[in-house]
Ligand binder design. Structure first.
Ligand code: NOJ
Length: 754
């Protein structure tokens, strides 16, 4: 897209060095860091006009101070933009993104992003590195915590709602921020779930699954996209011209700013693409506009712009003119972003001490954070023990029962755990009976692991008492109470960046705690905290109720107590399947059709695992995508379609189902629509999510829910290569399935002719 007259005129006046300076992006280092910056000399860079944007500031005062230096250092008065990782809230921390995904509620996602934008922008930030929209199907990968989960349709809705919430209607409004879809592409498909590892995907999966939320987020107006660390099908993403310039800018129509991830350009050298100078040229030509942290653009583009990049041994021959044109293009995008958000008119437009003092953690923001917990926590089991009986004597057990340090979860870089409500505090405020609280067990008992988990501040405290003494204390407390609420699970940094694991079970001391509590025979409720799906097969068998609360954020204690006491109905539904055991991963509901088991005769040739019971679906997990209980029960009518035979491109099919609250309490249900395409040109997933609607029904109330599908909804991605993928549609039979989760579905059939 051509630049505005303003940007074009400014570019004309700028020197090559000034343009390259705009492509440099550094961290202010005022919060946690995930790598070693190439320089700490930000003042020097600013004074020399060698910085386009800064991330990681923590106050209006600091934004103002950096901006002043930047304006003095720029011959043309070009302001800085200020970015930050605002992943699940800024100061008011919401449940983790994987938890928010469980809400199946675009309005909530929008509102969460809006609040985050209001808080961040009040502190001078005008660009956020969110939403993270990496599809994640392997819970060994720690960054699944930041992702909306396993499903492309859900993630696409999440992406567009978040983008709209962050960006608002007016990019110049001082309470809106530029959003950033990340990480492009397939970071979540890292082999073995190992963070930073590469991904190999079919073109159909890369574009049809992993790129879907990017397509939706771009269409919703995302102002920026961040590259991902991995190579995809052997091509490192920071140098992936075909996907960045071809698919993202071409097919998806993205015309915003493309930023590198932290040292992502520098790391191309470690990927084996050449020396630092080479990789700077490759990244620029691939379409990465800004270099985060590594300073390879700053160091190498001046020479490349004079001499071009010639590496005959690697088949690289880029004329200097192409490098200069790409620098102009990239710089134009940085300037366009600054122009779009009004920084040239007023470089301080996002700096407002009064807003900064009053908005973060304000009562309405906390209220939304509390309400979000009911929508994102997932009730996995309940034999009737929940909600807690009023007046019941409760034993709260667990290292995290009265702990603030682990509440916020990973990537809450501006959150302050001292502002967060513990589960014990929350239950005290919401429950009428007496409550005792004991620790019972450490989170982990391995010192080396504890040190690693304490990487961003101490959250794991190893007790000086023996494990046996702590267990005895827990058992005594359980025996003296009517019901035990054991708070178990991961520490804050168990999941997150660089936090992959090989074992998805509860850490050993907490496993033993659950076993000891269950052995008392007293009623046992587990509140499980985690940033990833865990393998809870044994605990689900032992406990009377299991609430998976994720990391619930600032209002954790209140929000979880609201559920435990029955003040609200838990309406979270799993955004990613839970495996029975670690060895089962990856698991997800879009398992592909295979040739076995062949119906009837060869039953012995099963496709699953010898050591998993037949009751566990081998590919889709123990608890499937979309699963979650309510405090009431719902009945579904058989779905009906308005016409079972359709024809033509413009036809639409509407499927209807009536859902009735058959229990005694008001409750909220997520009605889900899946589609199967049994005959196609390629192997297809057994089913795909194509619609969802969240409804609240009073006891006895019934409501009809209708989903309308067009041909695009029933088409699928197909191509020999990622860049030749097209969305195709085959006439014939489609099965439309409706139900409360991806497993328990009733179906109707249609035939759609060409
Ligand atoms: C590295 C992470 O991968 C990315 O998500 C984040 O935005 C940057 N660091 C900046 O903090």
């Amino acid at each position: 897209m051509p630049h505005s007259d303003f940007v074009a005129a400014l570019l004309q006046r700028m020197t090559l060095a000034e343009k390259i300076g705009q492509l440099n992006l550094l961290s202010a280092g005022e919060g946690p860091e995930t790598g070693s910056p190439a320089t700490r000399n930000i003042e020097g860079r600013l004074a020399a006009g060698q910085l386009g944007g800064l991330f990681g500031t923590k106050s209006v005062a600091s934004v103002r101070a950096w901006q002043e230096i930047a304006l003095k250092g720029s011959a043309h008065g070009i302001p800085l933009f200020f970015a930050e990782d605002v992943i699940h809230g800024h100061r008011t921390i919401f449940p983790l993104p994987i938890a928010l995904g469980c809400a199946f509620n675009p309005q909530l996602w929008h509102d969460v992003a809006r609040v985050a934008a209001i808080e961040a922008s009040a502190e001078g930030i005008n660009h956020v590195y969110a939403p993270m929209v990496d599809i994640a199907r392997d819970p060994r990968w720690g960054r699944i915590a930041e992702s909306p989960g396993e499903d492309p349709f859900l993630a696409a809705r999440y992406a567009e709602a978040m983008v709209r919430g962050f960006e608002g209607d007016d990019p110049r409004a001082p309470d809106t921020v530029v959003s950033c879809l990340k990480h492009f592409l397939a970071y979540g498909a890292a082999v073995g779930g190992r963070d930073y590892d590469n991904a190999s995907l079919s073109p159909e999966e890369a574009i049809g699954v992993y790129a879907e939320p990017f397509r939706a987020g771009v269409a919703a107006g995302a102002g920026s996209v961040m590259g991902s660390f991995n190579a995809l099908n052997k091509r490192p993403m920071h140098a992936h011209r075909a996907l960045i310039r071809g698919w993202l800018r071409g097919t998806a129509g993205f015309d915003g700013l493309m930023v590198a991830d932290y040292t992502g350009i520098m790391e191309l050298a470690a990927h084996g693409l050449g020396d630092r100078e080479t990789v700077a040229g490759l990244a620029l030509l691939a379409g990465i506009d800004m270099d985060m942290i590594g300073e390879d653009y700053l160091n190498h583009l001046p020479k490349l712009a004079e001499e071009g990049l010639s590496r005959p041994e690697s088949g690289i021959d880029i004329p200097a003119a192409d490098i200069r044109a790409a620098i102009d293009e990239a710089c134009g995008r940085v300037l366009a972003l600054k122009e779009r958000i009004g920084l040239f008119e007023d470089p301080y437009r996002y700096c407002d001490d009064e807003r900064a003092a009053s908005l973060p953690l304000s009562p309405p923001h906390r209220r939304l954070a509390r309400a979000a917990i009911a929508e994102s926590a997932v009730l996995l089991k309940n034999n009737g023990i929940l909600p807690l009986a009023p007046g019941a004597r409760v034993a709260m057990v667990g290292a995290q029962a009265d702990d603030q340090t682990n509440l916020l979860g990973t990537w809450a870089v501006s959150g302050d755990h001292r502002q967060a409500v513990t589960l014990l505090e929350g239950l005290h405020a919401g429950h009428t009976g007496p409550i005792t609280c004991v620790k019972g067990a450490d989170i982990v008992d391995d010192r080396i692991l504890a040190d690693r988990l304490n990487v961003h501040g101490q959250t794991v405290f190893l007790d000086t008492r023996s494990a046996a003494v702590m267990l005895d204390e827990a058992v005594d407390a359980a025996r003296a109470a009517d019901v035990t609420v054991a708070v178990v699970g991961e520490a804050k940094e168990h999941s997150g960046e660089c936090s992959s694991v090989t074992d998805l079970g509860l850490p050993a001391p907490q496993k033993r705690l659950v076993e000891a509590l269950a052995a008392t025979g007293m009623p046992l409720v587990l509140v499980v905290k985690g940033g990833r799906p865990l393998a809870l097969e044994p605990e689900l068998a032992l406990a009377d109720a299991v609430l998976f609360a994720w990391f619930a954020g600032t209002e954790a204690g209140h929000g979880i107590a609201d559920i435990l006491t029955g003040k609200v109905d838990p309406s979270g539904r799993l955004s990613a399947a839970f495996p029975a055991r670690t060895g089962q991963v990856p698991v997800h509901h879009q398992a592909e059709a295979t040739g076995r088991p062949y119906p009837g005769r060869f039953e012995k040739f099963k496709t699953g695992y010898l050591d998993l019971p037949d009751t566990v679906a081998p590919a889709t997990g123990l608890l499937p995508f979309g699963f979650g209980l309510s405090y009431t029960t719902f009945a579904y009518s058989k779905p009906s379609v308005d016409a079972d035979r359709l024809k033509g491109v413009d036809a639409t099919a509407t499927v209807r189902v009536t859902v009735t609250n058959t229990g005694a309490r008001t409750g909220t249900e997520v009605v889900q629509l899946y589609v199967s395409d049994p005959v196609a040109r390629i192997t297809r997933p057994m089913q795909e999510l194509k619609g969802f609607e969240k409804i609240t029904l009073a006891p006895g109330e019934a409501r009809e829910v209708a989903f309308t599908l067009n041909r695009r909804d029933l088409s699928y991605a197909m191509g020999e290569t990622m860049t030749s993928v097209e969305w195709v549609w085959d006439p014939g039979t489609f099965v439309l399935k409706v139900g409360p989760n991806s497993r328990d579905l009733q179906s109707a059939q249609i035939v759609w002719d060409a």
